[in-house]
Design a protein around this ligand. Structure first.
Ligand code: PLP
Length: 412
């Protein structure tokens, strides 16, 4: 597939690639605005997964028969696609995982347990998803280390002066979201990385919400670890990856033990496999990896710059629309944001709002978005969240506004 280098996209043509967008919900056209939870899948991804099971299904790295060789080639070709997509130096730096959650746990358990001692510190931020909080809490509890939290401002920006003051000789790793799922903030990760590296501290970026929206170049960022989730970037669920700099991954002990991550096993000891297999114990999600590779092709075909430009337009349009409505408050107004609008409607609990919107065919997320500390910061239990992808349209945002008005009428 070719890469779209235009600055514009044909949204109507793109929508035809996503069969679920044709669905009617309660006899109304589906308006899918829950892309930060999971994105929809284009037909090419659906076809790749089912074709794998129909034509190639076999285990990888083991068989001498044709099917196994075909499955292995397709699985490894998908890894190469992801390596190019992220601009990693080598496929040794791309470890398949179940997604961002598993990638972060891998780093916390492997690098963390070998490096973090009592009295050390791990730095995360106030706007992290639970999957970039809890693995570090578990590690810190086990090691007697301290979890420190970079604060954020009312707008939803990280307070960088505070961050710089928090960095110290005790800091062993910094782990922050590239893009916040609850607020949409695009964090100044280049600066965060540069300051941490000045002290020799490695940085993990949680990229779950970034890769669906923007070009990510791990070498340009110079991050040490980067995590991705296939299902957020139009690929299958249950597949994702950890990017890690080769030297760091090489020095890290294995995490899960089992088949495929070894060169030889005896009761006297085990010789571990080379990268990236050292971190890939057991039969992997082969169909998922292949589907994710096709999702990468698809994203390149759509063109991430063009998608980002369209999403920026949607964000501006949606923000103006909701800001213009009585009783609507938007959380997270950072200058640099992905197309995520977290909001509340005065007098209506987000869950009630979500249910009423659903009856209008509008799918949003209502809840704490697995980011309870963000909710605590704003003093709310939950928010409503509309999160967009490049297949969304301004008329869908009009439908969102109309549905909110209907909910307001019901609660008036
Ligand atoms: N980090 C962020 C910022 C997220 O938005 C999510 C999912 O919502 C995750 C991590 C967890 O990703 P996954 O469930 O794919 O492991």
């Amino acid at each position: 597939m070719s890469t779209n280098t235009d600055r514009t996209i044909d949204v109507e043509a793109i929508r035809r690639d996503f069969p679920v967008l044709e669905r009617k919900i309660y006899d109304r056209p589906l308006v899918y605005l829950d892309n930060a939870a999971t994105s929809q899948k284009p037909q090419c991804v659906i076809d790749a997964v089912s074709r794998y099971y129909a034509e190639t299904n076999s285990n990888v790295h083991r068989g001498v028969h044709r099917l196994s060789m075909d499955a292995t080639s397709a699985y490894e070709a998908a890894r190469e696609k992801l390596q190019r997509f992220l601009n990693a130096r080598s496929t040794k730096e791309i470890v398949w995982t179940r997604g961002t959650t598993e990638s972060i746990n891998l780093v916390a358990q492997s690098l963390g347990r070998s490096k973090v001692q009592a009295g050390d510190e791990v730095l995360i931020s106030q706007m992290e998803h639970h999957s970039n909080i809890v693995p570090w809490q578990l590690l810190c509890e086990e090691r007697g280390a301290t979890l420190k939290v970079i604060p954020m401002s009312e707008q939803g920006d990280l307070v960088l002066d505070a961050y710089e003051e928090m960095l110290s000789d005790r800091t062993k790793i910094v782990a922050v979201a590239h893009v916040s799922n609850a607020l949409g903030t695009l964090n100044p990760v280049e600066h965060i990385i540069e300051r941490a590296h000045a002290r020799g501290v490695p940085v993990l970026l949680d990229g779950a919400q970034a890769t669906p929206h923007m070009k990510v170049d791990v070498q340009a960022l110079n991050c040490d670890f980067y995590t991705v989730s296939g299902h957020k970037m139009f690929g299958p669920t249950g597949i994702g990856a950890l990017y890690g700099k080769e030297a760091l991954l090489d020095a890290m002990p294995p995490w899960h033990g089992g088949g495929d991550m070894i060169k030889s096993v005896s009761f006297d000891g085990t010789v571990f496999n080379d990268l990236p297999y050292k971190f890939e114990a057991g039969t992997p999600n082969i169909a998922g990896a292949i589907g994710m590779g096709v999702a990468v092709d698809y994203l390149e075909q759509v063109g991430l710059d063009a998608a980002a430009a369209w999403e920026a337009e949607l964000l501006e349009y949606g923000t103006a629309l909701l800001n213009g409505m009585d009783g609507v408050r938007i959380f997270g107004t950072a200058a640099h944001k992905a197309a995520v609008i977290s909001f509340e409607v005065r007098g209506i609990h987000p869950h009630d709002l979500g249910t009423i919107l659903d009856r209008e065919g509008v799918a949003i997320r209502a809840g704490h978005h697995c980011a309870q500390p963000v909710m605590e910061f704003y003093g709310v239990a939950a928010t409503a969240r509309a999160s967009m992808a490049f297949y969304n349209t301004k008329s869908e945002l009009d439908a969102l506004a109309a549905a909110i008005e209907k909910a307001q009428d019901l609660f008036a």
